[in-house]
Design a protein around this ligand. Structure first.
Ligand SMILES: NC(=O)c1ccc[n+]([C@@H]2O[C@H](COP(=O)([O-])OP(=O)(O)OC[C@H]3O[C@@H](n4cnc5c(N)ncnc54)[C@H](O)[C@@H]3O)[C@@H](O)[C@H]2O)c1
Length: 270
């Protein structure tokens, strides 16, 4: 069945959201979704070109969009995004820690120490810093919401993809701990666990694999969902918007699968 998306209106009128990895699949779809619902956006990404396109598209929707080009591993880039939100929009109400990489796909014993450090820096430590840095401005704002983009891989392991799964499992735990410490200040912290989503991250696999092997791998992944398909970024954006919105006012500390049933699948074709 094809994906159907209901684009809600107005839930983020007057709100400002900082999004990392805003130029990529899920980050860009989330930024556009939130802007359509009234939010102004500050995007942080490595891709200057992707940020420029996003800013044009958001301004065309009548909303503001500021960009910070840099790496989330450089904490001054996150500080700059938060500072930009304050200077231009008077502060922010939500943070989406979405930037991430797939990292090496090989047996556990073949992972090099440098490879492990690199993925931990992006997928885990940068998320930790974002959640830490957002605390004071959100508290001063009277509260807010944070969404960390983890993965189903953080809840169920995948063959030969341990560094990714380990970092995403740690993001689930990080989310729970921050939710505990921040709740009294009216700051909700949740994480999203996407299943397989058609984004540039998956497209990169196409470039490094034989066409037949790529198609076989896609088919195998599809069959591991109950819905027999990849998801689309807009389906994740809808969940990001829900978790950031006041409709989720009693939701904190959760790891929310949006995965076409991956989490309960037995992995067999239907
Ligand atoms: N695509 C999937 O199937 C899937 C599944 C589960 C979880 N996720 C998670 O969703 C998030 C977004 O993934 P996506 O599929 O949209 O990927 P994507 O590759 O389309 O987008 C990721 C974006 O993050 C940016 N980025 C990467 N490293 C960065 C860094 N060091 N500093 C700043 N920006 C950086 C990239 O430039 C890119 O624009 C990731 O955390 C990923 O792990 C994706």
């Amino acid at each position: 069945m094809a994906a159907r998306i209901n684009n809600g209106q107005g839930r983020f009128a007057g709100k400002v959201v900082v999004i990392t990895g805003a130029a990529g699949g899920i980050g860009r779809a989330s930024a556009l979704r939130l802007a359509r619902e009234g939010a102004d956006i500050v995007g942080l990404d490595l891709s200057r070109e992707g940020l420029e396109t996003l800013a044009e598209d958001i301004r065309a929707l009548g909303r503001g969009c500021e960009s910070v080009c840099g790496s989330v591993t450089d904490f001054s880039a996150m500080d700059a995004a938060i500072a930009r939100a304050a200077e231009v929009f008077g502060g922010f109400d939500g943070l989406v820690n979405n930037a991430g990489i797939a990292g090496p796909m090989k047996r556990f014993d073949r992972i090099e120490s440098e490879e492990f450090d690199a993925i931990v820096a992006i997928n885990l430590k940068a998320v930790w810093y974002g959640v830490k840095a957002a605390y004071r401005p959100l508290r001063e704002r009277g509260g807010g919401a944070i969404v960390n983009v983890a993965s189903m891989a953080g809840l169920r392991p995948n063959w030969r993809h341990s560094p990714y799964g380990i970092t995403k499992a740690a993001v689930v735990s990080l989310t729970q701990h921050a939710a505990m410490d921040y709740a009294a200040d009216h700051i909700r912290v949740n994480c999203l666990c996407p299943g397989p989503i058609d984004t540039p991250m998956f497209e990169q696999m196409r470039a490094v694999m034989e066409p037949a092997a790529y198609q076989a791998s896609r088919r195998q992944i599809e069959q591991r969902t109950l819905m027999n398909r990849f998801g689309i970024a807009e389906e994740q954006a809808a969940a990001v918007a829900f978790l950031l919105s006041d409709e989720a006012s009693y939701v904190t500390g959760i790891a929310m699968p949006v995965d076409g049933g991956w989490s309960i699948s037995d992995g067999h074709a239907h």
